[in-house]
Design a protein around this ligand. Structure first.
Ligand code: XMP
Length: 510
């Protein structure tokens, strides 16, 4: 049996997903499981080794997190990171202390032995520390293989048991040889096979779906975004026109978006029905100014329309969704506050008679989804699309939404997109858009007094949308944007640039 998987046991550290990513980048499949998962529930057949992540607790705390102790009897190599190191040392009879001072950030590391874990690593290098607790007495059977100024025991090993552990974070880019250390563990110590590639993933997924669901009818709601497009394309390559897609135009899309997205879907051979409900949505939004209320109205009506259309089609047993790995992880943990309302993980719509969900991208990170998309021949413009919120331009018009305000947002947004692309910045910026504000300002246009609205430009850089910085747009670009928007779009009196980071601001204004 092939050993081609690493299980990462999550003790709640900040970098848990990053460890999974680093292993996958080597070409080895890795998955994150809750640290308390019983060994009996782990799929161990193909597992080559385990990694125990960091976490915020102290092993000396009452009720501190621990794994099923049977992981130590599996005969599989184990690597502990940060809390993982402390946990292993504690488990094997060593002790942990909480010194006055912690160690945070870039720190010089001295390697003390020729451990397999540190093969090819110089005696001194920089690693990333983020800890307070440290090892006091080493557990029997273990030896120290590295130290830092403040952590006399910064890495340990017990080669007979194939257990290794480091106090620092090799998964963080600031650890100079971090990836090498992880590769030493995954490729040399566990000898995991490298067979994880996105092309293979796509082809395997298509044949699995074909085998399991051929002949079944399925429905998929398309949003114009990357995830639903890739999910639908994968499924349609497996079951063809038995997949019926529905694309609801709620009238809150960007300029020409409905047409261009439909064009792409057709090129991809998707069987899509366009349902234009723009007028209904605008009617429902009349007189509504509260952002949450607007979101609810749009979200609820969207579901209603989708359900109605799905019923019309009839006979579909399965619902296809573009759920991706970060959505699964976020909903699996007790992290309700970070889950966004649009994430519809693992749940079936209440009023529909589906037998089940098909979520072909559940194991993938966003950049992996993009690679799968490219390997399926989905155009780059679609694959590299910036995120777009479900409620669309409805939350980019502050207060009541009207056709005329939507026109202003659409036109200014189109100018922004065009100029950012001309400047070659479209790949560097996470998200960029304009916001219609209800502020009216006085100006002078062609010798006449004008009294028009303020448009705000928002452009942010980010890795995951959880934290963002305002993008440092070049000044000449900002000047072009301001002059084009005021000259070309009726109703724009002034243009401002939003430099708020998140937190405390959010990306969207509403
Ligand atoms: P915020 O504004 O919370 O946005 O910083 C974070 C990311 O989520 C997107 N967003 C949404 N996406 N439905 C969605 O599908 C929503 O209701 C929604 N609200 C915000 C936002 O564009 C950004 O990428």
């Amino acid at each position: 049996m092939k050993k081609n998987k690493i299980i990462v046991l999550n003790f709640g550290g900040q970098y848990d997903q990053l460890i999974v990513r680093r292993v996958r980048e080597m070409g080895v499949y890795a998955e994150l499981l809750d640290c308390t998962t019983p060994v009996g529930e782990m799929e161990l057949e193909n597992t080559a080794g385990l990694i125990l992540t960091g976490g915020p607790q102290s092993v000396n705390d009452e009720n501190s997190l621990s794994a099923d102790d049977a992981i130590f009897d599996l005969g599989l190599p184990i690597l502990g990171i940060c809390y993982g190191l402390q946990y292993i040392n504690h488990r094997f009879g060593g002790s942990i202390e909480t010194p006055d001072k912690g160690e945070y950030g870039k720190t010089p590391l001295n390697v003390d032995s020729s451990s397999e874990l540190f093969q090819g690593i110089p005696e001194e290098s920089i690693i990333w520390m983020n800890h307070r607790d440290r090892i006091k007495d080493l557990a029997d059977g273990f030896s120290t293989i590295a130290h830092t100024a403040n952590a006399p025991v910064a890495a340990i090993e017990n080669p007979d048991k194939e257990i290794y552990a480091v106090q620092f974070h090799p998964e963080v880019v600031h650890s100079q040889y971090g990836q090498q250390i992880l590769e030493n563990f995954v490729l040399k110590i566990t000898k995991a096979e490298k067979d994880w590639s996105m092309e293979d993933f796509a082809q395997e997924k298509i044949s699995q779906i074909k085998e399991k669901y051929e002949g079944e009818k399925m429905i998929c709601g398309l949003s114009g975004g990357v995830d639903s497009t890739v999910a639908a394309t994968l499924v349609s390559r497996a079951i063809g026109d038995k997949l019926q897609c529905i694309f609801v135009d709620h009238g809150l899309l960007r300029k020409d978006e409905a047409n261009s997205v439909m064009e792409t879907y057709k090129q991809l051979g998707l069987n899509v029905k366009l349902v234009d409900k723009s007028e209904e949505f605008l009617d429902l939004l009349k007189g509504v100014t509260d952002p949450e209320e607007k979101r609810k109205i749009i979200g609820n009506h969207f579901v209603e329309v989708f359900e109605e259309e799905a019923k019309k089609i009839g006979g579909a047993k399965y619902l296809v969704q573009g759920t991706i790995y970060p959505d699964v992880i976020e909903s699996g943990k007790d992290k309700a506050s970070v889950i966004k309302s649009h994430h519809n993980v693992g749940g079936l719509p209440e009023n529909m008679d589906f037998v089940g969900l098909v979520e072909p991208l559940r194991e993938l990170f966003k950049d992996e989804v993009r690679k799968v998309g490219s390997s399926l021949g989905i155009p780059e413009d679609m694959v590299q699309r910036q995120p777009f919120p479900g409620p669309g331009l409805g939350i980019r018009v502050i207060g009541e939404v009207t056709e005329d305000k939507l026109r202003i947002v659409r036109e200014t947004d189109a100018i922004l997109r065009e100029e950012i692309k001309n400047y070659g910045l479209n790949r560097d910026i996470w998200q960029y858009f304009t916001v219609w504000t209800p502020i009216k300002t006085v100006g002078v246009k062609g010798d006449k007094r004008s009294y028009d609205n303020v448009i705000a430009i928002r452009a942010v850089t980010s890795i995951d949308a959880m934290t963002v910085e305002a993008a440092e747009l070049p000044y000449d670009l900002l000047q072009t944007l301001s002059s084009r928007m005021i000259n070309e779009v009726e109703g724009v009196g002034r243009v401002v640039y939003d430099i708020t980071s998140k937190p405390p601001g959010t990306i969207e204004w509403e």
